[in-house]
Design a protein around this ligand. Structure first.
Ligand code: SF4
Ligand code: SF4
Length: 179
């Protein structure tokens, strides 16, 4: 008899095989996809801005009306197992994009860490970084709001924090000559 596969669902299922709850939980809550983006017609290049969608909550990094988001915001695309591979504006850190590409989730993903705040602690989320919301833009130009941090993984996210109580210390050693 074959051994049971006890890997977590995101490692043993394809996107198409996931149930609704599993699918929803793949979102790490970063909010990066809810920033306004520009696409250059001639090159297809995507540029992120720090301008939030009008329904984005810049603190929780969640949608303020998730159930009705498609009716409320015209260009809020529905993610599906079939279109994930073609949505080039999704950040490379997106849980859907990672699993769709056959990769694993990062340590900060709440499914891995068990902590919904880890995506914020790792500096991956948009918390505190949305400078303005689209409905308040007025005469401002989106091109003036282009930023590159949503395409990057910050240094503090590259390694999981050291667990407490494992005998290693993160403090600096004393200066020479200190009493
Ligand atoms: S980029 Fe992906 S993981 Fe982040 S909020 Fe959007 S759907 Fe969720
Ligand atoms: S409507 Fe909600 S889910 Fe869609 S882009 Fe805006 S904040 Fe994000």
């Amino acid at each position: 008899m074959a051994a049971a596969d006890d890997r977590p669902f995101w490692q043993r299922k394809t996107l198409a095989e996931m149930n609704d709850a599993e699918w929803e939980s793949l979102c790490d809550g970063c909010g990066r996809c809810c920033l306004n983006k520009l696409e250059y017609e001639d090159t297809g290049e995507i540029a992120y801005t720090d301008v939030g969608c009008r329904l984005l909550d810049g603190e929780s990094c969640r949608c303020n009306d998730y159930a009705n988001r498609h009716a409320q915001v015209e260009n809020c695309d529905r993610l599906t197992p079939d279109n994930i591979g073609s949505l080039n504006w999704l950040p490379a850190t997106c849980g859907y994009r990672l699993i769709g590409a056959g990769r694993d989730l990062y340590w900060w993903h709440p499914l891995v860490s068990g902590d919904p705040d880890s995506v914020h602690a790792a500096g991956i989320s948009v918390r505190g970084r949305v400078s303005i919301y689209e409905h308040a833009m007025g005469e401002l130009d989106f091109e003036d709001r282009i930023v590159d941090w949503p395409t990057r993984i910050p240094r503090k996210a590259r390694k999981p924090p050291m667990p407490n109580g494992d005998g290693r210390r993160a403090c600096r050693k004393p200066k020479r000559g200190a009493a």
